[in-house]
Every structure is written in C-alpha cells, then in structure tokens.
Design a protein around this ligand. Structure first.
Ligand code: CU
Length: 499
C-alpha cells in the first residue's frame, strides 16, 4: 500500500466554478472553501506516475465475507470524523466521505447530462478508492454492483440483505435505511427533510426495480454496447440515460437526487459498474476508446466538448483534462482493471451435471409466434415474480423525476424513445425463447454466484450479440419470430442449455 505521508495536495481552489442552479430548496451544498489540512495521508498528485500492478475491481459477490467486510469497514472509516476528518474546510462536511458527497453535488450540473459524465465519475471513484486505501488501510479495490444479475428482482439481491447494505428505507422512519451495516450512519447533506440518515424509497415498494428490468438486463446492455458505435457521445447518452438513470430512479431516496446520491455507498458500486461498462465499450471499440465528444454544458445543445476540457475536482484532486482518464491504467490514482463479473452457480459453463440440473428446472420455451404484439403479450410486468423464465417489461420514468433531474425536452424525448425501444427489445428476446442468466429461474436457484472466466465471458457476450442482432431484425420487420436458428447462436446457447 502506497501511503504517501503528509500533507497535501490540496490546492487552493476557486470557489464553485459553477453555481448550483435554480432549485435552491433541493440544493444541499454551500460554496466550499478548500484549504490544506494537515495530517491527512493524501499524496501530492502529480498526474504522472506509472501503473505497473493494476488493482482488479471485482463484483461485490466475488469477494469473500472477509473481503466484503474489510471494504465496508474502510468505508466506515472514511465516514468517521475522527479517523478521516474532512479535508475541505467548511462548517458542513465532517468527513472525507462527506467531502466526496459534497464534491459530487458541487459540480453536479456540469458532470451529468454532459460529455464529462463518464470521465469525471471515473476519476471521482478512483479518488474514493485511493482514499480507502491510503487513509483507511483498505487492501482491496473498489467493488462494483453488476445490476444485470439482479435486474429481474433486485430486492432479492444479496447486496440488499441485512448482512451487507440493507434493504428499503422504512416509511415509519421517513424512509431511513434501518437495516444493514450503514443503518445508523449519519449523513450531512440532505434534501427535503432534516433527517440525516441514508434514505431509500424503492419505486414499486417491495417488488422494487419497476423502472429497470428490461433496460438493465444483460441482453439489453450487450445490445447497448453493440449499437453505440458511431461516437463516444452516443454511447455515453445511451448508458447515462438508460441503465444508469434507472438504478438511481428505482432505488429512490438519496440515490434519486443527483446532489446527494453518494450518501448511499451503493452509489459507488453502481457507478463502478457504469465505469466498467464504459471500459467494456472501450475495449470492444479500440478506435473509439480515446475519443470524446458531445455537449460540455448540459443546458446547451452545443456539441463543443473537447478531450482537453478540464474536469473540476474542487481541490480534492487537481483539475485535469478529460484525456488523462481515458485509460483505467494511465497511472497516478488510475490503476485498475475489471473482473468478468459473476454468473449464477446454477448456470454452469461446460459443467454437464449442473447443466442437466438446470435443464430440469427449465420449462419449455414459450410457444410464441409471429408478431411483436404476441411477444409483448407474454412479457411479464415489472412487479411480476411468478414468471421464472422471461425478462420483465419496464415502466417509464416519471415526469416528475425527469424534471427534478433537469433533463431538457430533447433529452426527455430520447429517454421516452429508448423506453419504447426497450419494451420491444425485451419482448423479442422473450419471443426468441432465450432464457437469460438474469431470469429468475437462475437467480433464485443459485445459492450463490461464481466468477466468470474470461473465456466464458467472451462467449456469453458473443451469444448475446447474436441474439440482439436477430432481435433487432425482428423488431424492424415485426414479421416473424427472431431468427434464433442462426448456427452460431444455437452452438453457443448449447453451452448453457444442453447437457
Ligand atoms: Cu453522479
């Protein structure tokens, strides 16, 4: 662990480059005064340095219980005013963790709905990871939450258990999270109420996730990667306005408000998966990996962003140009790669016994035909938990939430069009008879998940790509069932579906 002693890197910084806009009642942050603090084990960031031994960021469920606990303990350390006092000298932020919440709120209006969305959050997460290690002695990497796994019934995810991050907030306690390891955590920045707890207010209540089953499913995310190839900005918008938004809106509470969403530590695990999705896209598209375009200002339609645009870190880290973070191994605090995530134990790769067992559980695929309408008719609604095989449809984001997020009419139009498309997409996946690894038949049967190998991961992606291609042809033509007789699809699918 590279503890670099002593003080500081904190540069004096001009107050809020951006004013928080309009909705002042929802704005939790005050103008910061950033000044050096002594005794904080942070380093002098040079922006230089090499990355020789990248950390491997893993899905939370890839970590064993001891590793999970050490991550949580390190987060608690970062939220402890004695062990990790704020490095921002304001009268508000008591801890380094709160500094990150503050940082996120301070620049929320340029780092969302704009080109900077992906690079800025990449650097913010790397800072969090660096602090966990340098300040709190954490030995691991920042874990991610692969929400594709849980997309069909997120409330059943192990992450939301009382053992780890806790479940929904309790209405009687003003939607404070009252179970899990952060149940008694005090937050500093709040909206609406004076309750300084972590709030969660799942849309859809106990069934949770009504706004994401189709858009956050593995087939949809693979399709997003495959069909967002014309520019960085197309990909960024599809990811930000699609799966990214859904998770925030659906978890509700603090996660539903841009300014304070990092209060909930799942923010970091969620955004780590967003970052991982960007990294996957970069790997799949080497010629686009270091490209950058789109709006620099979310309120304007101007596509004026440049790779040399400076990103603001409020003195917690030097402002750096976007192009410094295109690679996750570019050095300084960016030195990590991602694992291949997890698959349900019940979906064994080339494990004949397990495949037989899985087949026994699998009912015959739906006898679906012909039209999109027929496919939509057999697609279960988002609150359904009885259909074990098919992917669920998604309810639209509410107008109120989109308004609160400050989306422009043009952006709202895109979000609505994407929702319509996602409905057709998931219906066609169901019509194809494909049983996703997100299907409840697997996620419920699995007592646990296991790491995916690189080989399996590549094959899984190929399988989903072929499926998505056929499904898109079906949507366009809307004439016949998706052509899943494609030889490579059948061959690949056999790896999972036949003993
Ligand atoms: Cu954000």
């Amino acid at each position: 662990m590279q503890i670099i002693k002593a003080a500081i890197a904190i540069l004096a910084v001009a107050p809020a480059v951006l004013a928080q806009s309009s909705t002042s009642t929802k704005t939790p942050v005050a103008t910061p005064t950033v000044a050096p603090t002594t005794g904080v084990k942070t380093k002098t960031f040079s922006g230089q340095g090499t990355c020789t031994n990248p950390l491997i960021r893993k899905e939370f469920r890839e970590l064993n219980p001891t590793e999970r606990q050490s991550f949580i303990d390190a987060v608690k350390c970062l939220r402890d005013p004695k062990r990790s006092p704020s490095v921002i000298k304001t009268n508000k932020s008591p801890t380094m963790y709160d500094d990150l919440v503050f940082l996120h709120g301070q620049f929320a209006d340029v780092t969302h709905r704009s080109a900077q969305f992906l690079p800025w959050h990449r650097q913010m997460l790397a800072l969090m990871e660096y602090w966990l290690r340098a300040q709190c002695g954490y030995q691991g990497a920042l874990p991610y939450w692969d929400w594709t796994i849980d997309s069909q019934a997120p409330e059943r995810s192990e992450l939301f258990s009382a053992q780890w991050f806790g479940g929904n907030g309790k209405q009687a306690s003003n939607w404070c999270v009252t179970d899990g390891q952060f149940a008694d955590t005090l937050t500093t920045f709040v909206v609406e109420s004076g309750k300084h707890c972590i709030h969660r207010k799942w849309s859809g209540g106990s069934s949770f996730g009504k706004q994401f089953p189709s858009l956050a499913s593995a087939p949809f995310v693979q399709n997003l990667l495959d069909t967002s190839k014309d520019s960085y900005n197309t990909f960024r918008e599809n990811l930000e306005f699609g799966p990214h938004n859904r998770v925030h809106a659906t978890m509700g509470g603090d996660m539903g408000y841009t300014n304070i969403s990092p209060n909930d530590v799942l923010f970091f695990l969620h955004h780590n998966n967003v970052d991982r999705t960007w990294a996957r896209w970069q790997t799949a598209n080497p010629t686009l990996a270091a490209t950058y375009n789109g709006p620099s200002n979310p309120a304007s339609e101007a596509m004026d962003a440049k790779a040399t645009d400076m990103m603001p870190f409020g003195g917690l880290y030097p402002d750096i140009p976007v192009n410094k973070v295109f690679s996750t191994t570019s050095g300084d605090i960016l030195c990590y790669k991602f694992s291949n995530s997890v698959a349900p134990n019940s979906v064994a790769f080339n494990n004949k016994a397990a495949l037989s067992a899985r087949n026994a559980r699998r009912a015959a695929p739906a006898n679906v035909t012909a039209t999109l309408a027929a496919a939509q008719a057999i697609t279960p609604n988002p609150s359904d938990r009885d259909d074990k095989l098919r992917l669920r449809s998604t309810v639209p984001l509410t107008d109120a939430w989109l308004q609160q997020m400050k989306f422009t009419p043009k952006q709202v139009a895109k979000i609505r069009a994407d929702e319509e498309y996602a409905e057709k997409f998931v219906a066609a996946v169901n019509a194809a008879g494909y049983v996703s690894q997100n299907a409840l038949t697997f996620t419920e049967a699995a007592d646990d998940v296991r790491p995916r190998t690189a080989e399996e991961s590549a094959l899984h992606a190929r399988l989903l790509s072929i499926l998505a291609r056929n499904v898109n042809a079906f949507i366009k033509g809307d004439k016949s069932t998706p052509a899943v007789t494609d030889a490579s699809f059948v061959a690949l699918n056999k790896l999972w579906t036949k003993a």
